[in-house]
Ligand binder design. Sequence first.
Ligand SMILES: [Zn+2]
Length: 404
Amino acid sequence: MTNRAARVESWLDERADEMARLLERLVAVDSENPPGRALGRCARVLHEAMDGLGLSPEIIGVPDPSGRLDEPCVVRGTAGGGDPLVYFHGHFDVVPAQSRDQFTPLRRDGRIVGRGTADMKGGIVAMLYGAAAARELGLLGTGRIVVHLVCDEETGSVAGAGHLRDAGLVDPAALAMITAEPSGGAVWNAARGALSLRVEVRGREAHVGQADRGVNAFLRMLHVARPLERHAAEMAGRHTAFPMNAEDARGSMIVVGGLSGSGASFNVVPGSAFFTVDGRYNPEEDLGAELGRLTRLVEDAAREIDAEVSVRVTQSQPPAATPRDHPAAVALGRVVGEVHGAPARFETCPGILETRWYAQLGIPAFGHGPGLLEVSHGPGEYVDEAAVRRCAAVHALYAADMLP
Ligand SMILES: [Zn+2]
């Protein structure tokens, strides 16, 4: 281990209990989203912790187009001064718990168990202590770290990250962005995009006794959905050139009919029917072109049977990728190697990642966090305390290397 890595790690080791306590406090706040509860309460815990770490926090209230988020806000903080900057980004909402017990954190055998430990309150603790360590140890040179913590990543981040973009709070001149999502210590330099559609098919209602007067929207829907199955198979065969985890599929993934429904009653010819299409697209794919292809397939099939259809986009999030040989990626790989003592693994995140909000502005953006993706969102979610501290050290040293 290098000298500076040892200094950062011993600074963090001295604060191991403090870091664990903060994570336990954060887990105890049930910031479940949906529905988006206790967000203000969670933000205030973060504010207090960041204040104690000298990160000059502020809570910025944000508009919520959905109207269901409880005190929607972004928590923002800074370490260091000067213009050159690196962003640390995270989210403090969590997916709904499988059991209320998940909000009573358990610390045992070097792990903390509870909802959000992996995704990504453990990652937040890593970033906050990484930023504080970098500042206190004088590693930031003439630059600064800006921390952004948003409240609604699990439902698309329209309020949180959307506000950062709309209010011009993301500086395109930033040197890099890192988010401590549960990458299991790997570096995610690419992430898939998401495109979700709701297809409505219309028919004509009629009572079963006069079924011949109706037009069955359900049967029409089956015809309209059929070509999408072939399309999904074709997309699954289009492999990404970005590195993937060995267990993850290399093609774009599409689910047809994740949600579907029709009709008013079992004894009435259904007058309307709907189904959803949800795609996770590889970084190489163009979401606009894919939307055009999906819409054409639906409309062509509908025309064959003279059916009336409509296609509504319910989610569109572009993929994001920073090439492995970008200087900011090379620097991150070097720091991960320095702290972990093994070469960095570069992978593509199989889901969507908030790197997209920064990558869209040309900022090199990466995921690197302590949690494991396979336990995130599950009933036994946990994070290793040592992994949290290792990632904190990576975050600190990465900022040190990127800032002049
Ligand atoms: Zn997450």
